[in-house]
Design a protein around this ligand. Structure first.
Ligand SMILES: O=P(O)(O)OC[C@H]1O[C@](O)(CO)[C@@H](O)[C@@H]1O
Length: 545
């Protein structure tokens, strides 16, 4: 057994998990439950009262956090210690949203000036493109941006841009290409005019197959459509920590925006990887996004554990994963602009906490990161919510909703909000057999049929949910919301004693993919691998089954 599962707090949580009353009872016996179990920070309100938690539960969870040295680990991250031990890197995405007055040391050097310089370079670029001063090769202003990148170099820019649609510059459109599937880039290129299109190649490593291939295709298209090699600099810029590789690739040195090893890919939207966002919403709004995230950083670093929003959310999710065998966690956004957020949180959390060994290499004997999934309310209510209400799996849920809509038409927002609050209530209360039977009292069914149908209508309830509210979706509240989930992921990784900042599991697939590519191109049938892989490669080479 690991130290964690051996600890008396873990054992106490395990015993306590069998004795928590149904949430109906918890609400019935405490009218002040919402007041006690909700908090506001950085423009967000978290209602965590609809959880299987009593004061004893929370005390034990906070003790677990303290015993795991969570506060010291938070300090170590903010201080730039090498907490990504397998890659020997500091983890300082928080420095990207620090104030210019701060001083943050990574590898012996204050990194704040570099961060500010890059923001200023972005500012100059954004103003040059949006003012029309930046011209394409025929002298026309840029109308279309194509952002090429994958993983964190795609999801952050795409989903944050989508979320901040009301703030877009109407003169610009942004397209996102990630997948190496030629269909993806082909369909985008069909819409574009090379004279007015600017490509942003985003790759921290500058070595990711998908991004390199898509950029080469974009460059070939540009040249085939009439652009000259000498015009490439007017239409291609790059964001990378590998400046040498980007220049070798042919990107003009002036058109390279730097990022750094101490920024993980899935935490990089705050760096120049966020350039597509900045172009669309303008630099003032981009800075407001950073500032919202910075406020959440301050809250996370300074609030006591018991009043710390990311800590509370991280602990409650761990509670269900480790003590109620919850294998997944659903994120439900009641705002069309936030429809991409579940996919963003999916990479953030699953790439970070999908780990099976502790920092010192011991196999874990507890569950780590759950499957994160979700979608947009109310659509999901007519699809997968059935399983949330009556399925056999316990799936804790986060409901996220702005109180004011950017599009306040008629009764739409009242209906959206009532669905959101109705769902959390239904999950919590459920419906008992007697209630179901009473509802059928006046129906024409026979007594036996009523008994049977009532059985099918029973909903156990006691299904946990958090509700996160904000006044309005703005760059600042969105920044705080995303930083909240980043830190929630950190809290869990810290307690599980895993490295939330590497991603070795992705590498084997990449290596074997490259090996298969070589075999496909080898000009002869493959017989060196397992029977299945050989057959699949050979069928692919023949082009028919
Ligand atoms: O920005 P890069 O280096 O192209 O990497 C893209 C993505 O690939 C990964 O390394 C692995 O999927 C992600 O963490 C990262 O965001």
């Amino acid at each position: 057994m690991t130290h964690l599962t051996q600890s008396s707090t873990w054992q106490a949580l395990s015993a306590h998990s069998k004795n928590v009353p149904h949430m109906r009872e918890l609400f019935a016996t405490d009218a002040a439950r919402f007041n006690k179990m909700s908090l506001t920070a950085c423009g967000l309100l978290l209602d965590y009262s609809k959880n299987r938690a009593t004061t004893e539960t929370l005390d034990l969870l906070f003790a677990l956090a303290s015993n795991s040295q969570l506060e010291a680990k938070i300090k170590a991250m903010f201080a730039g210690e090498i907490i990504n031990t397998t890659e020997k890197r500091a983890v300082l995405h928080t420095a990207l949203r620090s104030t210019a007055e701060q001083s943050i040391i990574a590898e012996g050097q204050d990194i704040v000036p570099e961060v500010q310089q890059t923001l200023n370079k972005m500012q100059g670029f954004v103003s040059s493109v949006t003012s029309g001063q930046w011209k394409g090769y025929t002298g026309k202003a840029i109308t279309d941006i194509v952002s090429i990148g994958i993983g964190g170099s795609f999801l952050g820019p795409k989903i944050v841009s989508q979320a901040l649609r009301p703030y877009w510059n109407p003169e610009l459109t942004c397209h996102f290409v990630a997948n190496v599937d030629g269909t993806s880039i082909s369909e985008k290129l069909k819409l574009l005019d090379p004279e007015t299109t600017l490509f942003i190649m985003s790759s921290k490593s500058f070595g990711t197959q998908e991004t390199l291939t898509n950029t080469l295709t974009a460059r070939e298209w540009f040249l085939a459509k009439g652009g000259l090699q000498s015009d490439v600099a007017k239409h291609f810029v790059a964001v990378t920590s590998n400046v040498a590789k980007a220049t070798d690739f042919g990107i003009d040195a002036d058109n390279i925006f730097p990022m750094w090893d101490w920024v993980g890919g899935r935490y990089s939207l705050w760096s120049a990887i966020g350039l597509p966002i900045a172009l669309l919403i303008g630099m003032d709004n981009f800075r407001a996004l950073l500032s919202g995230a910075h406020q959440m950083d301050e809250h996370f670093a300074n609030a006591p554990l018991t009043e710390n929003m990311p800590v509370i959310m991280g602990l409650l999710s761990l509670w269900y994963g480790n003590f109620f065998n919850a294998q997944s966690h659903v994120v439900l956004t009641y705002d069309h602009y936030l429809r991409g957020l579940p996919a963003y949180f999916q990479q953030l959390d699953m790439e970070s906490n999908g780990k099976s060994v502790t920092l010192n290499g011991t196999d874990v004997d507890y569950s780590t990161g759950p499957v994160i999934w979700g979608g947009e309310g109310t659509n999901g209510q007519h699809a997968y919510h059935q399983l949330l209400h009556q399925g056999t799996a316990l799936i804790p849920a986060d409901f996220i909703m702005p109180l004011q809509s950017h599009n306040p038409i008629g009764e739409h927002h009242d209906q959206l909000a009532s669905n959101c609050f109705g769902q959390t209530q239904a999950l919590m209360k459920g419906r008992t057999f007697d209630e179901a039977l009473a509802e059928l009292a006046n129906s024409a069914l026979s007594a036996a049929e009523k008994q049977l149908i009532a059985k099918h209508k029973v909903m156990p309830g006691n299904k946990p949910s958090n509700t996160l509210l904000m006044d309005k979706l703005t760059p600042s509240t969105l920044g705080a919301l995303i930083a909240l989930y980043e830190h929630r992921t950190f809290v869990q990784g810290a307690i599980w004693d895993i490295n939330s900042f590497d991603q070795w599991g992705v590498e084997l697939g990449k290596d074997l993919g490259n090996d298969v590519l070589a075999r496909i191109g080898a000009g002869q049938d493959c017989d060196a691998l397992d029977a299945s892989s050989n057959a699949l490669i050979n069928l692919y080479r023949q082009g028919k089954i």
